[in-house]
Design a protein around this ligand. Structure first.
Ligand code: PMP
Length: 442
């Protein structure tokens, strides 16, 4: 469908697509017509190395995934009100990958749907209404989630913090409220950040209220690739549960083995951590819209106690489940978690070495193929260098490499490539980033 000149595509888009739907590189947007592995190709078949598309988890247009969808589409696609093996086998397979008793699945179509449903369950299970969220967090685009996403409601033009939302400082030990370089250990910083949640719970109690839920991405991708101190989530989970709430791990961006050593990013802090609800999305279908909520039988029971049916027209259809299952097959078959460890460690080691060489690299952090480079004007003050981040983004685009910047000051280079990102791809990226740093500092 379609073979328009780039300018025609641009003007039709301007006319018919809502202006709040933004393009990457708005001054000179890319027209992408196909994808393969870790590469996207423009209308002239120029390849761009994709360092940001975590949705294309097992590689753009992975053949096994495409075939699984194609085959199932030829046989049947219908809703989950009929018995079908794909749904139950897929749910069983994912449940096996989760710790504790997270054995009950609700299949949906997007990360937003998953988090919205998770919130409904938390309200119903606890009888409470208040939500504790992290600063700079983003959990989805529907009304209920904009209300708990400071990444949106705190922007100029945003509506501000609603009455039942409580914002805890993000446990960013590099540039957050409690930082390294102050004599405190990472563990102590973790406890300090966790005690901020305790203070919120106390303030709630003063108003005669208690938390329904604490929600956090297991690694905060939207807020600038932040990795928490190992003890943080464990301490918070304990406090929130003691106050009558439950906890949601949002794995929409960071799940499915991205951290390399674990399937789920929350597991990378402490192997004994078990959230009450885990939400999944983006990488789950390699681009096909599929997402999920996993919870315990107890929470699922509370959710069904009212007798109101939960029906989702597309969620858990046989095609989506076949695709999701094929993604899991490819992760295993192509050893993509092992690849995330190897390539991720290479990137982390290289960038940490570069941090010793260049004044503008303040912090390098990562787990598996989730890496952030925090750029600064001054290492001592940690003042963010937003302009440099933008320069690197645009220079790399000219070199046909796609990265993203994020964080409250947009100064963090964000890397979350497809999991098929190879050592060769990583070397190419490092080589080109070094050239940009050299041009800035020498
Ligand atoms: N949670 C997180 C952490 C996300 O990053 C996003 C999307 N960026 C969502 C939820 C919402 O997912 P979707 O866009 O599929 O609705």
């Amino acid at each position: 469908m379609g073979n328009l000149q780039k300018d025609e595509t641009k003007s039709l888009r301007k006319k018919h697509i809502g202006p709040s739907c933004k393009l990457f590189f708005k001054e000179d947007p890319l027209k992408i017509v196909r994808g393969e592995g870790a590469f996207l190709y423009d209308e002239n078949d120029t390849p761009y190395l994709d360092c940001i598309n975590n949705v294309a988890h097992v590689g753009h247009c992975n053949r096994d995934v495409v075939e699984a969808g194609y085959k199932q589409m030829q046989v049947l696609n219908t809703n989950s009100r009929f018995l079908h093996d794909n749904l139950v086998l897929y749910a069983e397979r994912l449940a096996t990958s989760l710790p504790g008793n997270l054995s009950v699945a609700f299949l949906v179509n997007s990360g937003s749907e998953a988090n919205d449903l998770a919130l409904r369950m938390a309200y119903q299970h606890t009888g409470n209404k208040d939500v504790i969220t992290l600063d700079h967090a983003y959990h989805g685009h529907v009304v209920s989630l904009i209300d708990i996403s400071p990444y949106k409601f705190n922007l100029p033009g945003g509506k501000g913090c609603p009455e039942h939302t409580w914002v805890a400082p993000v446990p960013d030990i590099y540039r957050g409220k409690h930082r390294t370089g102050t004599g405190l250990t990472e563990h102590e910083l973790g406890s300090k950040y966790a005690s901020e949640v305790d203070s919120i719970i106390e303030k709630m109690a003063d108003k005669g209220r208690a938390p329904a839920v604490f929600i956090a991405e297991s690694l905060q991708s939207c807020g600038g690739q932040v990795i928490f101190p190992d003890n943080y989530l464990g301490e918070v989970y304990k406090s929130v549960r003691a106050a009558g709430g439950i906890v949601i791990a949002d794995e929409v961006q960071v799940g499915f083995g991205r951290v390399g050593k674990h399937m789920w990013a929350f597991q990378s802090y402490d192997s004994s951590l078990v959230p009450d609800i885990v939400t999944m999305g983006k990488p789950m279908g390699n681009g096909h819209p599929i997402a999920a909520v996993f919870t315990t039988p107890e929470v699922a029971q509370s959710f069904s106690a009212t007798g109101v049916e939960y029906f989702n027209t597309y969620g858990g259809n046989p095609v989506s489940c076949a695709i999701g299952n094929a993604v899991l097959d490819v992760i295993e078959k192509e050893k993509l978690m092992e690849n995330a460890v190897e390539v991720g460690n290479y990137l982390l080691t290289e960038f940490k070495q570069l941090a010793g060489r260049y004044k503008c690299i303040g912090d390098v952090r990562g787990r598996g193929l989730f890496v952030g480079i925090d750029l600064v004007k001054d290492k001592a003050t940690r003042e963010p260098d937003t302009a440099l981040a933008k320069k690197i983004l645009t220079t790399l685009k000219e070199k046909h490499i796609l990265i993203q910047t994020d964080g409250p000051s947009n100064n963090v280079i964000k890397l979350k490539p497809p999991m098929v990102f190879s050592m060769e791809n990583a070397k190419h990226l490092v080589h080109n980033i070094v050239q940009v740093f050299d041009s800035v500092e020498n």
